[in-house]
Design a protein around this ligand. Structure first.
Ligand code: ADE
Ligand code: ZN
Length: 323
C-alpha cells in the first residue's frame, strides 16, 4: 500500500457512525434522525451536513470520549496506509473554549495518539468555526496560542464559509501566527473563487482547505501556483456533497497540471463513505494517476505539513525518500 500523508481531517468528522451510536446509547442521548436504516450518516446538503455533524459531535462530552475517538480514527487511517495525519480539533466542541478544559482535551488526545506514533503520527490543528462568529473564534485562537508547540502545530477555520467575512476573523489568525502556528483556512468549497481571494488577503495562510473553486478564476489559479499555496483537496467530500457530478469532473487534475500544489485528504470520511485508500483508487481510475504521481503529491503534502524538521525527516523515511 502507498504510504500516505493526510493534511485535512476533522477529528469528529472521522467518527465511525457505530462509535457515535454506541456512545449515544451508553449516555442515553437521543440523536435519532442522523442515520439511515443501514446505520450511515444521512444529510441533504452542505447546510444539513453541518447540522448532522454537530448532532453527532454532541455525544462527545469528555476528554476520555476524545481519547477513544482518537484511537478509533487512527486505526481507520492507518488501515488506509496513512503514516502522518493532521486533525482539526475544535475547542468549541472540546470544553466550550474554556482554556483549562481545552488543555485536558488536548492532553487526552495527544496521549491516545502517542502509542500509534510508529505507525501513524498525528498533529493537531486548532480550528475555529466560521458560523459560530468572530468572538468565539478569538477565544478559540487564545486556546490555540496557549497550547501551541509539540502536538498542536496549526490553526484554521472551518464551518460554513458563506457566513461572515474572513476579515472578521483576522484577529484570530494574527494571534495564532504570533504563537508560531501554521495557518490554513477552508475556502473555495461552497463559496466561489472570491472566497479564496478573501481568505488569502485576510489570513495569509500557507494552505487552503479545499480551494477547488479557484478553478473558476484562471488568474487566481496562476497566483496560487506562483505563490506555492498548497490546497488540501478532498475530492470524495466534494462529490458526496454534490459539488461535482463525477470523479472525472473534479478539478484536482487540472489544478495540478496548471502548477498548483495539490494534496489529497478525506475531510470527514465516514460521512462521505470514503477512506484514503478509496480516494487514491478513484483518482487513479479517473485520471490515470500512477504510483509516481501519488508519491509526488505525498511529497508536496509532507513539505506543507505543520511539523518540525525532525518529524518531517522521520516521515520522509516512511515515504521511502531522501531529503
Ligand atoms: N466541518 C467539517 N467538515 C467540513 C467541511 N467539509 N467544510 C466546512 N466545515 C466542515
Ligand atoms: Zn474540511
Amino acid at each position: 500500500m502507498i504510504p500516505k500523508i493526510e493534511l485535512h481531517l476533522h477529528l469528529e468528522g472521522a467518527a465511525p457512525p457505530a462509535f457515535v451510536r454506541g456512545l449515544a446509547r451508553e449516555k442515553g442521548i437521543d440523536i435519532g434522525g442522523i442515520f439511515d436504516d443501514r446505520g450511515n450518516y444521512v444529510f441533504r446538503d452542505f447546510g444539513h451536513f453541518l447540522k448532522v455533524y454537530e448532532a453527532a459531535t454532541s455525544v462527545l462530552t469528555t476528554p476520555a470520549d476524545y481519547a477513544r475517538l482518537t484511537r478509533a480514527v487512527l486505526e481507520e487511517s492507518a488501515a488506509s496506509g496513512v503514516v502522518y495525519t493532521e486533525a482539526f480539533l475544535s475547542p468549541d466542541f472540546c470544553g466550550g473554549r474554556d482554556l483549562a478544559a481545552w488543555r485536558d482535551y488536548v492532553a487526552a488526545i495527544e496521549e491516545a495518539a502517542a502509542p500509534f506514533d510508529g505507525t501513524i503520527t498525528m498533529r493537531g490543528i486548532v480550528t475555529c468555526i466560521r458560523h459560530f462568529g468572530p468572538e468565539k473564534a478569538r477565544q478559540t485562537a487564545r486556546c490555540a496560542a496557549e497550547t501551541a508547540g509539540g502536538f498542536i502545530t496549526g490553526f484554521g477555520i472551518a464551518g460554513d464559509e458563506r457566513a461572515g467575512k474572513p476579515a472578521d476573523f483576522a484577529w484570530a489568525f494574527d494571534c495564532a501566527r504570533e504563537a508560531g502556528l501554521g495557518l490554513t483556512a477552508h475556502a473555495g468549497e461552497w463559496a466561489g473563487p472570491e472566497s479564496v481571494r478573501d481568505a488569502l488577503a485576510a489570513f495569509r495562510p500557507g494552505r487552503i482547505g479545499h480551494g477547488v473553486r479557484a478553478i473558476e478564476d484562471p488568474a487566481l489559479v496562476d497566483r496560487l501556483a506562483e505563490d506555492g499555496t498548497v490546497l488540501e483537496v478532498c475530492p470524495g467530500s466534494n462529490l458526496a456533497l454534490g459539488l461535482y457530478p463525477r470523479w472525472r469532473d473534479h478539478p484536482i487534475a487540472e489544478l495540478d497540471r496548471r502548477g498548483v500544489r495539490v494534496t489529497v485528504s478525506t475531510d470527514d470520511p465516514p460521512f462521505f463513505r470514503t477512506t484514503m485508500e478509496r480516494e487514491y483508487a478513484r483518482l487513479a481510475e479517473a485520471f490515470d494517476w500512477d504510483d509516481a504521481q501519488f508519491a509526488r503529491l505525498n511529497r508536496t503534502a509532507l513539505d506543507a505539513a505543520f511539523c518540525d524538521a525532525d518529524t518531517r525527516a522521520r516521515i520522509l523515511k516512511r515515504l521511502g525518500g531522501r531529503a
